[in-house]
Design a protein around this ligand. Structure first.
Ligand SMILES: CC(C)(COP(=O)(O)OP(=O)(O)OC[C@H]1O[C@@H](n2cnc3c(N)ncnc32)[C@H](O)[C@@H]1OP(=O)(O)O)[C@@H](O)C(=O)NCCC(=O)NCCS
Length: 464
């Protein structure tokens, strides 16, 4: 109901905006004002659920859930997106193609902006182009890094992994946390979310400058970083600062990549970690820095770096003649070597990841990408690997996940330093993590504290 009504009203708002030629209307509500409208009914809904259904049983817990990393256990509240094993991700009910159709793009671009995805995740509404632009302008205003953070990043050794640098940089931003300062002053619980929102917007706004500085320091320290362009959106500025601002196709790809990776339900390791740490009332910077450390694991976000490394090694070994047979042989060599095939499998999905499909569609839509041997290899691997993994017989999902494709376009356009790829994922995943941090405070969710069992306790329980 909430979704239906909000989407309808947002369509109406979009047409008003179009008719008004995208002028700034006095009635255009900011993100904060829109949240002030959508939060109270959700607070009421939670109150009702608690009061009327607190003891209603909605599932059961099996031993395999407990020893299997809580896989399949539905035990978290997460509003922004839901992951269906077959269909893939939906953001407030919208599929990836829906989002591509409905969410505003940047002027001159076709891909949805990070700002419009953030607005959708936070509010459940499709923003008007005006609202999205207004949020862009607000983020640009907030985007400068404190000088001490710049100096701190510049002092780090180039050999320190970019993800460690990102996590440290984000944690250091908590120096200026509005939430932490307000908490120390003694604010009331209903006010928590507004200070959290303040920090979250600052965090999202500063991430491009932070992440780009890490890239330039490590790989291109001889050149200066482009200043912020107030006419560009968040990702336009990120691309510019990375040094790819002149490449419109690369900037568009980054927009798509960052919007698509924004949220993937609550249980994935980075989102869940940020949520868990946030539940202690640690501020958004500390919470998201923790989430980034989870993202840096090779079974999670680091897989995009691993895929490229693995594909390049395959390319080197099989040379110019790429056939299904020699890809198959390389896949078996990986599996027989006791390694996972990076970019394949998923904790929830049981079909090809629609994010993978969307990124590949992007590649197929551009002749220069179609001609790239790296992209051809990624495509052909996706044709062969599922059957090999099925025959191998272990993987519950033998299909490609988003990381099977996410790095190859970056590589083609010249961002060849694949140790950096997870940082881009980190810029993106913030959209979902901050959304949940704001909503957790708005709904007054408690500190997370699941109960654990020892094996002896489990056996005793089973016997009884
Ligand atoms: C994503 C991933 C961590 C999910 O893990 P999971 O939920 O435990 O996956 P499954 O239940 O299918 O795992 C069952 C078995 O298949 C193996 N398996 C899963 N994916 C595999 C892959 N891509 N290649 C080879 N073996 C794989 C697991 O290692 C496990 O083996 P084990 O019983 O010896 O421990 C896993 O599929 C993986 O490691 N993929 C490669 C890394 C990757 O692409 N990560 C990005 C995810 S978006």
């Amino acid at each position: 109901m909430f979704r239906h009504v909000s989407l309808q009203s947002s369509f109406a708002a979009r047409s008003i905006a179009r008719n008004a030629g995208c002028r700034r209307l006095a009635s255009t509500k900011t993100l904060k004002e829109t949240l002030q409208e959508v939060i109270p009914p959700k607070q009421e809904q939670l109150k009702r659920l608690k009061a009327e259904h607190g003891h209603t049983v909605v599932g059961d817990v099996k031993v395999e859930n407990i020893i299997g990393g809580m896989r399949g256990l539905k035990a978290m509240l997460w509003e922004a997106s839901v992951l269906d094993p077959i269909e893939g991700i939906r953001f407030h009910g919208l599929s990836i193609p829906d989002c591509q159709k409905l969410l505003p793009s940047s002027p001159g671009g076709k891909e949805m902006t990070a700002e419009s995805m953030l607005w959708l995740l936070m509010t459940g509404k499709v923003p008007t182009p005006e609202q999205s632009k207004q949020l862009s302008d607000e983020l640009v205003e907030r985007g400068e890094l404190p000088t001490f953070v710049e100096k701190f990043l510049d002092s780090l050794p180039k050999t320190l992994h970019p993800m460690s640098q990102l996590s440290m940089g984000v944690a250091a931003l908590n120096h200026d946390s509005a939430f932490q300062a307000a908490y120390e002053r003694g604010i009331k619980k209903p006010d928590y979310w507004t200070y959290t929102l303040e920090d979250c917007l600052n965090l999202v706004a500063k991430l491009p400058a932070l992440a780009a500085r890490i890239y330039r320091n490590i790989y291109h320290s001889d050149k200066s970083i482009a200043p912020t362009d107030r006419n560009l959106d968040l990702v336009g500025n990120y691309s510019n600062k990375l040094g790819f601002g002149d490449n419109q196709a690369m900037t568009e790809y980054l927009r798509l990549y960052i919007a698509l990776h924004g949220d993937h339900e609550g249980g994935n390791a980075s989102a869940h970690t940020a949520h868990l740490v946030g539940s202690t009332l640690a501020d958004p910077y500390l919470s998201y820095a923790a989430g980034l450390n989870a993202l840096a694991g090779p079974l999670h976000g680091l897989a995009n770096q691993e895929v490229l490394r693995w594909q390049m090694a395959m390319q080197k070994e099989i040379g110019d003649t790429i056939t299904h047979d020699n890809i198959k042989e390389y896949l078996w060599k990986t599996l027989k070597g006791g390694q996972v095939v990076p970019g394949y499998g998923h904790g929830v999905l049981r079909n090809p990841d629609p994010r993978f499909v969307a990124l590949l569609e992007f590649a197929k839509s551009r002749p220069e990408l179609q001609a790239s041997p790296t992209i051809q290899l990624v495509q052909q691997t996706a044709e062969v690997a599922p059957d090999v993994l099925k025959e191998h017989g272990k993987t519950k999902n033998p299909y490609p996940n988003v990381d099977a494709a996410s790095g190859c376009v970056l590589y083609h356009y010249g961002l060849t330093e694949f140790k950096y790829y997870t940082v881009i994922f980190g810029v993106s995943r913030a959209l979902g993590a901050v959304t949940q941090l704001v909503w957790a405070r708005a709904l007054g969710l408690p500190i997370e504290r699941p109960k654990s069992y020892s094996m002896d306790a489990l056996e005793k329980l089973i016997k009884n």
